[in-house]
Design a protein around this ligand. Structure first.
Ligand code: F6R
Length: 614
């Protein structure tokens, strides 16, 4: 969703450089998803801003034609919530005295707007953000200091947000604050930074400080140099921990890949290898999770709570936990969890899955569970994220930064942790499973070796308006994930179904145009899934079956009408670990279908990487 960046440079940095740097930083935030962008500086006693609808290249062209200068500036990529994605609604929002960039939502903006309008304030945009500008400006007129004006304004705001503010009359001062939306401050010898996401600051800072809920950061340039002072939500000065930045520049480049998504798909063997090694070591025969403080014997059941792809990882875990580890498990969509006022079980483990660690619905569900003093554990990929910081315990995935909006390596990394957790809860020393796990990086590499098959077969999908994905057992959640990947990347309407559900409605959709992707490793569910495939073939569907060598033999023997059938033969893999191999295959199908269609693969339309509004 929206991205925020603020830079305050010392006098030794040229005032022509800062706008360039703001634009570079915003380009690192593009992956979050956005539909307009803007920057503002304070220069020559005025606030100067440039804003453009659409992609960052439009803003860059504007700045190129009409440059701006300064040693203090803010930038923003906006994912529209209140008001269309046009220039007027793009951030920074500004009055002559104050400029603001904002992530999140001011929930009571309409009441605040009415009272400001009653005082004669006129609004230029439809956004909720503009009330913040006018509230601060109003307090400044009443002779409050910038810090007091911000603190008073915060008292009036409801919602979850992060804000960075510039002041015309204080050209060496920037104030940043957060409530519910992340913000990180970074420092370097000649510059101070604030950003919604540490990725914006890769290579620029050595030290990072993540703001706590309600914190206000005052970034200032004085004669003695640059300084940062922090205040908590009670306006008291506080110290927060500064940590060395861990992110490498390689994480934010595509290397030789055409898309971040393809790079991240190809990173999966390494991610799996690192994750598996961290669970079982190089030679180990048992799962070792020394950092987890859980007593498996005291856990009555597991509730897994997540959104989107993370929710599907949770569904895979439900099969693993119940069928293989005998741990009762419920999987819940985070956005619905709190609405039904769930009966919480004090003996249950509440497990929150999130790649970003910032998904607002997952965070809200976590907060509900915590208020009720239940046990919480988060599986997240961003170590300093809000979900990581707020849950009792964290089991980090080792996927590294994921830039492609559609999740790939973070999903398979979640699966490894979930499998590890299941084994840990079961208290099982399962030598065979450890062996199966160790095979996974090689098996996934084998899938990746065969790009041309996916390029060719995905044409069938790219030419369609709709597609179905079918799977049984452990392949059912992967069918859901495959369909989600296809719709996100290629905008083709796709649905995943449990293969057994086909006859209960979806089969009505089948005709000669409909591609049906069937996930069918040769396992205990194979024969039944094959029958479902025969049913759609009999109705002339364009079938793509993903199976293994043994499955392929059965298909050759049993299926007579192969004229509309394509087969992708995947490596043979144990049933329990098959989701990893089949996931990578459906990722590639979606990737190449999107490539055929020419869509924006890394930043699909309307999508955001980190969903920080409800
Ligand atoms: C799809 C995708 C989303 C996310 C969902 C939850 O490719 O990435 O469905 O899984 O928005 O996000 P996280 O995992 O960050 O909580």
């Amino acid at each position: 969703m929206c991205g925020i960046l603020g830079i305050l440079s010392s006098q030794s940095v040229s005032e022509n450089l800062l706008p360039e740097k703001l634009l570079e930083g915003l380009s690192r935030l593009e992956y979050r998803g956005y539909d307009s962008a803007g920057i503002a500086t304070v220069h020559d006693s005025k606030i100067d801003r440039r804003r453009a609808a659409g992609k960052l290249k439009n803003l860059k062209a504007l700045v190129n034609d009409n440059p701006l200068k300064g040693t203090i500036g803010i930038g923003h990529t906006r994912w529209a919530t209140h008001g269309a994605a046009n220039i007027t609604n793009a951030h920074p929002h500004s009055s002559p005295d104050v400029a603001v960039v904002h992530n999140g939502i001011i929930e009571n903006f309409s009441v605040l707007k009415q009272s400001l309008q009653a005082k004669g304030v006129t609004f230029e945009s439809e956004t909720d953000t503009e009330v913040v500008v006018h509230l601060i400006a109003d307090f400044l007129k009443n002779k409050l200091s910038p810090l007091q004006a911000v603190q008073q304004t915060l008292q009036q705001l409801q919602g979850a947000f992060a804000l960075v503010i510039l002041f015309r009359d204080y050209p060496s001062l920037m104030i940043a604050t957060r409530r519910g939306s992340p913000l990180v401050v970074g420092c370097h010898q000649d510059e101070l930074f604030v950003a919604s996401d540490a990725l914006a600051l890769v290579g620029w800072v050595r030290q990072l400080c993540y703001l706590d809920e309600g914190d206000v950061a005052v970034l200032e340039k004085t004669e003695t140099g640059l300084s940062t002072h922090l205040y908590n939500s009670d306006a008291q000065p506080v110290e927060r921990i500064w940590r060395p930045s861990q992110l490498s520049a390689a994480a934010v480049t595509k290397a030789d890949y055409s898309h971040f998504m393809l790079k991240e798909i190809f990173e999966q063997p390494a991610v799996l290898s690192d994750s598996i090694q961290s669970l079982i070591g190089v030679e180990g025969t048992a799962i070792d999770l020394p950092d987890l403080k859980l007593d498996p014997g005291s856990i009555s059941q597991v509730f897994i709570i997540a959104c989107g792809t993370s929710y599907y990882a949770g569904l895979v875990a439900k099969y693993w936990f119940e069928k293989y580890f005998q741990v009762p498990t419920q999987v819940e969509i985070a956005s619905e969890f709190r609405y039904r006022q769930p009966c919480l079980d004090k003996k249950a483990l509440y497990l929150f899955l999130s790649q970003s660690g910032e998904t607002i619905d997952t965070l809200a569900a976590l907060s509900l569970v915590k208020q009720n003093n239940c046990k919480t554990l988060a599986i997240v990929n961003v170590p300093e994220s809000s979900i990581a910081r707020q849950s009792d315990q964290v089991f980090h995935t080792l996927a590294g930064p994921e830039i492609g909006v559609a999740s790939t390596k973070a999903f398979t990394a979640q699966l490894v942790n979930l499998l590890g957790l299941g084994l840990y809860l079961k208290g099982d020393h399962n030598q065979d499973l450890c062996q199966e796990l160790r095979l996974l990086p090689r098996l996934v590499s084998e899938v990746l070796n065969d790009q041309s098959t996916y390029q060719h077969v995905s044409l069938k999908l790219a030419q369609a308006q709709h597609a179905l994905y079918l799977g049984r057992g452990l392949q059912y959640p992967i069918a859901l994930e495959g369909a989600l990947k296809l719709k996100e990347l290629s905008y083709i309407h796709a649905e995943g179904y449990a293969a057994g559900e086909l006859k209960h409605g979806p089969i009505a959709l089948i005709d000669g145009q409909m591609p049906v992707v069937v996930l069918a490793p040769y396992d205990e569910w194979f024969e039944k899934t094959l029958s479902n495939m025969q049913e759609v073939l009999a109705r002339n569907a364009q079938v793509i079956i993903l199976t293994d060598e043994i499955g392929a033999e059965h298909v050759h023997r049993q299926v007579t009408n192969k004229s509309t059938l394509e087969m992708i033969v995947l490596p043979r893999v144990a049933s329990l670990t098959s989701p990893f191999v089949y996931t990578v295959a459906v990722q590639l199908l979606a990737y190449y279908a999107a490539l055929h269609k020419g869509t924006d693969i890394d930043q699909p339309r309307n999508l955001a990487k980190s969903v920080t509004v409800e």
